[in-house]
Design a protein around this ligand. Structure first.
Ligand code: GZL
Length: 325
């Protein structure tokens, strides 16, 4: 399920002086020293993307003078709910989190709202009908990422008359990126019946699971033409399985992934991955700007879409030396 949210780009990053009260005399935070305290619940440490995202949030908090209380949920929703309740108890100024799955958040978000603590969704979305439960959602348009992957595939195989057999490694079951990347890709390839998704299963965004599931796909399907993996890490795990089966990744099986972390970009430059759709983890600075405004009661856009691009093998070779993550 994906909500079409009118994407509002944050028009230019407004740098806020975090320390001290704003000109409006609004309080800068509960500590009384003008510093903001943020409670942040992170999904886990499942992928290279997540590691880069955590680093971006922690570095941006330090640069902005925000006191960060950080917790790693190890990809468990109950741990995120516990962390959010703990932040409410501690009376933090603002709560930010990346919901591991879309559903099941209304109760704890209502508790935050009743405690008058603003909540910011970062990276992933929730499917709560009550959008007053959070101030904004800062993150990628995952449906568009899936569309970009599908559009590249239709172009790559436009002259092929035979069926194109696709296997799909989905992200974490129930997560917004998995749901939306699947939907966007299906929409883009659905224009031509020659594209057939012959198997689709979660690899939980990890290399290990991606390898395990790809091994099973290869055993059950001798004629796979394409792998669509919802992130680089599962694609990299799948490459090990493909090579273990005596096939050539990028040649016998074209591989499309999403993220564009360094290891994925290296595999793209080496020709093992065929195309990568970027999903930027560098959300930290925008998150801190939005948090400062939310704490001061200033209005912020309901949706902030991160800007991102795509990479071919040639583009990866050029971009690799300057990649931040
Ligand atoms: C996307 C993010 C996803 C990445 C994966 O914004 O939530 O989770 O694509 C990560 O690599 O595990």
């Amino acid at each position: 399920m994906f909500k079409r949210i009118s994407a509002l780009l944050l028009a230019g990053a407004v740098t806020m002086t975090m320390a001290g009260c704003g000109g409006d005399g609004g309080s800068g935070g509960s500590a009384g020293d003008g510093k903001i305290t943020m409670g942040f619940s992170q999904v886990g440490a499942e992928s290279g993307w997540r590691t880069a995202n955590t680093k971006s949030v922690q570095t941006a908090a330090e640069a902005a003078g925000v006191t960060l209380k950080f917790s790693d949920a190890q990809q468990k929703q109950e741990n995120q709910i516990k962390a959010i309740r703990s932040y409410i108890q501690q009376k933090v100024d603002v709560i930010a989190f990346s919901p591991v799955v879309e559903s099941g958040w209304d109760t704890v978000l209502k508790e935050a709202k009743n405690a008058a603590i603003p909540v910011i969704l970062t990276d992933r979305a929730v499917d709560s009908k009550d959008t007053s439960l959070y101030k904004t959602f800062l993150g990628s348009d995952f449906v568009e990422e899936g569309r970009k992957a599908g559009k590249w595939l239709t172009e790559e195989f436009k002259d092929t008359k035979d069926p194109v057999n696709i296997v799909e490694l989905q992200g974490t079951t129930g997560s917004a990126p998995a749901n939306d990347r699947k939907a966007g890709f299906a929409e883009a390839i659905g224009t031509d019946p020659k594209f057939k998704v012959i198997a689709s299963q979660t690899g939980d965004f990890t290399r290990a699971k991606g390898k395990e599931v790809m091994e099973a796909f290869l055993k059950a399907n001798p004629d796979i033409d394409v792998l669509y993996a919802h992130n680089d890490d599962m694609g990299l795990g799948a490459i090990e399985a493909i090579e273990g089966a005596g096939k050539v990744p990028g040649k016998d099986i074209k591989i499309i992934t999403i993220d564009a972390v360094k290891d994925g970009m290296q595999a793209l430059a080496d020709g093992k991955i065929s195309y990568i759709v970027e999903c930027s983890p560098l959300l930290g600075p925008q998150l801190m700007d939005l948090a400062a405004k939310a704490v001061k009661g200033e209005s912020i856009p309901a949706r902030v879409v991160t800007e991102e691009t795509t990479f071919t093998q040639e583009q990866a070779k050029e971009a690799l030396p300057s990649r931040q993550y």
